[in-house]
Design a protein around this ligand. Structure first.
Ligand SMILES: CC(C)(COP(=O)(O)OP(=O)(O)OC[C@H]1O[C@@H](n2cnc3c(N)ncnc32)[C@H](O)[C@@H]1OP(=O)(O)O)[C@@H](O)C(=O)NCCC(=O)NCCS
Length: 183
C-alpha cells in the first residue's frame, strides 16, 4: 500500500516555477481566481463569493497535507512568491498506487505552458517519490484547454462517463484520462 508523507513539505522547482505549500497569505490572490466565473466554469466546486470561503479552503487543503491525505502546491513564478495557480493530488487510492491530479491557473498566465511545467514536476514527484503507479484526471468533456494539456503530457483518454459530475444544478459528462508509469 502507498504511504504518502508530506512532512517536510516537498517544495518543487522547475525552469520557471517554484511549487510551494499554499499558505493563508495566499487568500487575496486565490480569491481573485476562485471567484472568476469563466475560469471556474469547468471546476466542479462552488464559485467563491467571499474571502472566508477561500480561508476555509486553505484550511482544508493544509489539513489534508498535515494528515498526509492529499497535497496541493501553490504555483509561483521564480523570483515572485505570488500564487498564480495550483496543482496537486486531490484523491489518493492508496491500495492501487493511484492518485487523481487537479490543476488550475490564473487567467493572465494561460497559454504559456505553465501548467504543463507544473504538472510534469508534480508527476515526477508522484512517480519517483510517492511511488504512484498511475495518475488520473477527471475532465468536463467541454474543457478543451485541459484536454489539450493532458494529451500533450501523454495521458490517454480511458473513459467517458455520462452525467458523471453534478455542478451548477446540472449533470455533466466527463472523460477520465490516465497516465500509467510504465508508459
Ligand atoms: C486548463 C488550464 C490549466 C490550461 O493551462 P495553460 O497553462 O493555459 O495550458 P497551456 O499553456 O499548455 O495551453 C493548453 C492549450 O489550451 C489553450 N488555452 C489555454 N487557455 C485557454 C483559454 N482560457 N481559452 C481557450 N484556450 C485556452 C492554449 O492555447 C493551448 O492550446 P494550443 O496549444 O492549441 O494553443 C487552464 O486553462 C485553467 O486553469 N483552466 C481553468 C481550470 C481548469 O479547467 N482546470 C482543469 C480541471 S480538469
Amino acid at each position: 500500500m502507498l504511504v504518502p508523507n508530506f512532512n517536510p513539505f516537498p517544495v518543487l522547482e522547475t525552469k520557471r516555477l517554484v511549487l510551494r505549500r499554499p499558505v493563508m497569505a495566499d487568500v487575496d490572490e486565490m480569491f481573485i481566481y476562485r471567484s472568476d466565473k469563466m475560469l471556474m466554469q469547468y471546476i466542479p466546486h462552488r464559485l467563491a463569493t467571499q474571502k472566508q470561503q477561500v480561508v476555509e479552503m486553505l484550511r482544508f487543503i493544509n489539513n489534508l497535507i498535515d494528515k498526509n491525505e492529499g497535497i496541493n502546491w501553490a504555483i509561483t513564478l521564480k523570483g515572485n512568491d505570488i500564487i498564480i495557480g495550483m496543482v496537486g493530488y486531490v484523491h489518493f487510492f492508496t491500495d492501487d498506487y493511484r492518485a487523481e491530479i487537479g490543476y488550475m491557473l490564473h487567467t493572465p498566465y494561460h497559454g504559456k505552458g505553465i501548467i504543463h511545467e507544473a504538472m510534469k514536476a508534480a508527476m515526477d514527484y508522484g512517480f519517483n517519490v510517492l511511488k504512484l503507479h498511475s495518475i488520473e484526471a477527471i475532465v468536463n468533456c467541454e474543457n478543451v484547454p485541459s484536454k489539450k494539456v493532458l494529451e500533450r503530457i501523454g495521458f490517454s483518454k480511458d473513459a467517458f462517463f455520462k452525467d458523471y459530475l453534478f455542478h451548477d444544478g446540472k449533470f455533466i459528462d466527463a472523460n477520465v484520462y490516465s497516465f500509467v508509469k510504465s508508459e
